[in-house]
Design a protein around this ligand. Structure first.
Ligand code: FAD
Length: 491
């Protein structure tokens, strides 16, 4: 039985393991941490449970697909519920609105709260859909690095419709051309942050993102976000995938121009193929550091997505005006993005994202309490004085939440831990602590991500958020699908 080695048990590594095991490979996954999931992990904090990283879950069909592929009933392993209210928004001018899953209800809400013409909001939604129809065949489910992708009729049709993807102006520009109301522009600009980009620079093609949320919905897994990881690890183990924890891979072994295995804890482990789920930057710098001649320098120099600063707070009260997902917008969005992207710092009024999983999973917090995951977007780690920035941000966040909730939250914070760009970088080997690999701040970003297969080394593949098609759980799962399709069948 041919062997495959996967470096890293992030969500893409686990999904790739499942796909290769179904194909007939004997799969071993080596993970540096003591636990699986990478960014998609969980932890306990004085009676509160927290999902450490991702909190917004879309496209659950890509998870189900893995169980079906293995001939299992997904519902026996993994369940989630669709959210009726995707997110609550709080503006500094006192406006509050809710993004409903039902599109007509959303149009009503946005129009009622911002006085924007209903038809205009519908037109915007139709435009998002058009971008989806054009891009979905080209970018997402296939390798962009194989001729066969471009010779397919749906791709050719899409290429003729490319002007429709609105790649030549920024998201913000497009959004201001649709809407007069600044609050609505901010509402739609925020979708750039779904892949760690800047709406003032990212192409308007990213205005496709609201379509994903609106059309495919947002979900919450019954067992919390971590159950995506745990259910897929269970499936992988049933397929005889071996997981080795506390086992950082030190080198990818290359003989001639072929990957033949890895070095772990000084030992050589041989395999017919190696798949790296480690951030592609670190894969080259650390695991292929002995072969500088094969490093794709341009790709490795690309700008990284933004990072995050997260406070995990145990809160000794329940807030009825809050839901699972809540956003507290900055008063000046452009200044906020200039702080992150131009000044590489944290401004005094960042947009605060507050996620409370105990709203839907009561046992995530003690009775009468809530588990607050409080996150702001921050620049990638370039050696800033994070301790000073975190202190200042903490004060500004507490002031902002207290102001907009009408109550001083300071005495309610019972326990705290913090994740920042440095710890994201060190815990998951993500270069500069970026959440989503490279940024999507230019119109060619989709084509410039590293391929899922090495063009220089045979039998070496890549999956995960730092390679094609990009970061976020759905795209990571798609990277695993592409690797599954690129790898040879076992005869
Ligand atoms: P990672 O999660 O990056 O894991 C890589 C794994 O490889 C790690 O476990 C690491 O320890 C291991 N590894 C690295 N080097 C080695 C080595 N040498 N040997 C062995 N193992 C190694 N996405 C969403 O869809 N929705 C969200 O709401 C969302 N919010 C986010 C919020 C935060 C705070 C963060 C951090 C991310 C968020 N994301 C979100 C992005 C999402 O989490 C990632 O895109 C995705 O989880 C990345 O998965 P991955 O497979 O690329 O691997």
């Amino acid at each position: 039985q041919p062997k495959a080695i996967i470096v890293g048990a992030g969500i893409a590594g686990i999904a790739t393991a499942i796909r290769l095991a179904v194909k007939g490979f004997k799969v071993s996954v080596y993970e540096a941490n003591a636990y699986p999931g990478g960014k998609l992990s969980e932890f306990e904090q004085q009676g509160y449970r927290f999902d450490a990283g991702p909190s917004l879950f879309t496209m659950p069909q890509y998870v189900d697909e893995l169980f079906v592929l293995a001939g299992k009933d997904p519902r026996r392993y993994f369940n989630c519920q669709q959210l009726d209210t995707v997110c609550n928004y709080f503006y500094e001018d006192g406006t509050r609105l809710s993004a409903y899953a039902d599109s007509e209800k959303l149009v009503e809400e946005l129009s009622a709260k911002t006085n924007e013409d209903r038809e205009n909001i519908r037109k915007y939604a139709a435009n998002s859909r058009l971008i989806y129809d054009i891009t979905n065949h080209v970018f997402l489910e296939r390798s962009l690095h194989r001729l066969s992708t471009y010779l397919r009729w749906p791709t050719i049709k899409s290429i003729f419709r490319l002007p429709g993807i609105d790649a030549m102006r920024s998201m913000h520009k497009a959004n201001t051309s649709f809407f007069k109301d600044k609050r609505l522009v901010q509402f739609y600009d925020r979708y750039a942050t779904y892949n760690g980009s800047n709406p003032y620079r990212a192409p308007a093609t990213l205005n496709v993102i609201p379509y994903f949320e609106q059309h495919f919905g947002a979900y919450f897994p019954d067992g919390g976000m971590y159950s995506i990881t745990s259910s897929l690890v269970k499936l992988a183990e049933e397929l005889a995938v071996s997981f080795y924890y506390n086992s950082p891979v030190e080198q990818i072994v290359v003989e001639g121009s072929k990957a033949t295995g890895v070095k772990v804890k000084g030992d050589l482990v041989e395999a017919e193929m190696v798949i790296s789920n480690m951030d592609v930057w670190f894969t080259y710098k650390k695991l292929l550091g002995h072969l500088p001649g094969i490093h794709p320098k341009k790709i490795l120099q690309q700008e990284r997505s933004s990072s995050a600063l997260i406070f995990y707070w145990g809160i000794s009260k329940q807030f009825t005006q809050l839901d699972l997902h809540n956003i507290f917008f900055s008063a000046d969005y452009e200044a906020e993005f200039n702080s992150i992207w131009k000044d590489q710092t944290i401004g005094h009024d960042p947009t605060v994202y507050l996620n409370i999983s105990s709203k839907l999973k009561a046992d995530d917090a003690p009775k009468g309490h809530e588990n607050w995951f409080v996150m702001i977007n921050v620049p990638a780690n370039k050696g800033q004085d994070w301790d000073a920035l975190i202190d200042l941000a903490r004060t500004n966040i507490i002031n902002k939440l207290s102001r907009l909730l009408g109550e001083d939250i300071t005495p309610l914070i019972q326990s705290e831990s913090i994740l920042d760009p440095r710890s994201i970088e060190s815990r998951t080997s993500s270069y500069q602590g970026s959440l989503y690999g490279t940024s999507s701040n230019n119109q060619f970003a989709a084509f410039l991500r590293h391929a899922n297969r090495s063009s220089k080394i045979k039998n070496l593949y890549f999956c995960g958020g730092s390679v094609h098609p990009g970061g976020g759980i759905p795209l990571c799962l798609l990277s695993a699908k592409i690797v599954g399709n690129l790898t040879p069948a076992i005869s």
